[in-house]
Design a protein around this ligand. Structure first.
Ligand code: SAH
Ligand code: DHB
Ligand code: MG
Length: 218
């Protein structure tokens, strides 16, 4: 195991109190056979802290899986705040809904099942706007998710995207991997984009080497 995984354990022990709800969620996801691709606890807590810093009232997540990251972010919401999360796989969405019930968030969190490219227009029709958008679904469609996020963002909204480094594959200009190509196009859309001020941070830990794009909508 890499040293950064041990350091992640250390940070967990020191700074992230054990939490029976999130532990149960992890366990249900494992039992249900969900892929182990949720954010780590240290990064889940970072999402929570950023949502809190932003004072986010409305949060959008693209890519629910079992709702682990959703629960972290929903914890930063006020009494009246709401989180919408989009999931393509109805089996995953069902597990996520059970987890939201377990966390007591059945009224605070809404899962919208379907291809995000088809369900994002529903949010637009409802005239919903968001203070924080977390992009974490299929990497091929990240360029579309960025365009939609800019459309659905309040001024000053925070946009965060997971997996923008992918073990360093992002810099492989000759890559023929569709996911990497999607992420590269996503990054290209951010360069000199007058609508958003952005950076990316590399993330390491018990989930390997990856990165978050973090941007603020102008
Ligand atoms: N945010 C989650 C992890 C999401 S994994 C967490 O950290 O806990 C990515 C999810 O995106 C998977 O559940 C996958 O089914 C979903 N997904 C993939 N393509 C999608 C699409 N086109 N529309 C909506 N969801 C999609
Ligand atoms: C994958 C997706 C993710 O969102 C992630 O954080 C890690 C892996 C994947 O599709 O392999
Ligand atoms: Mg991810």
């Amino acid at each position: 195991m890499m040293i950064c995984a041990f350091v992640d354990d250390y940070i967990n022990k020191k700074l992230i109190p054990s939490d029976s709800t999130l532990e149960q969620v992890q366990e249900s996801n494992k039992q249900a056979g969900l892929p182990n691709i949720n954010v780590s606890s240290t990064h889940g807590k970072l999402l929570y802290l950023l949502a809190k810093l932003k004072g986010a009232e409305n949060i959008l997540e693209i890519g629910t899986l079992g709702g682990y990251s959703s629960i972290w972010m929903a914890r930063a919401l006020s009494e009246t705040g709401k989180l919408y999360t989009l999931e393509f796989n109805p089996d995953f969405a069902k597990i996520a809904e059970q987890n939201f019930q377990l966390a007591g968030y059945q009224d605070k969190v809404e899962v919208i099942v379907g291809n995000a490219l088809d369900t994002l227009p529903i949010l637009e029709e409802k005239k919903l706007l968001f203070d924080l958008i977390f992009i974490d679904a299929d990497k091929v469609n990240y360029p579309h998710y960025l365009k939609w996020s800019l459309k659905l963002a309040n001024p000053g909204a925070l946009i965060i995207a997971d997996n923008v480094v992918r073990d360093g594959n992002i810099i492989d200009e000759l890559s023929d991997d569709v996911h990497t190509k999607g992420l590269q196009q996503f990054m290209d859309l951010l360069v000199n984009n007058p609508a958003i001020d952005s950076t990316a941070i590399q993330t390491v830990g018990n989930k390997g080497y990856d990165g978050f794009m973090i941007g603020i909508v102008k």
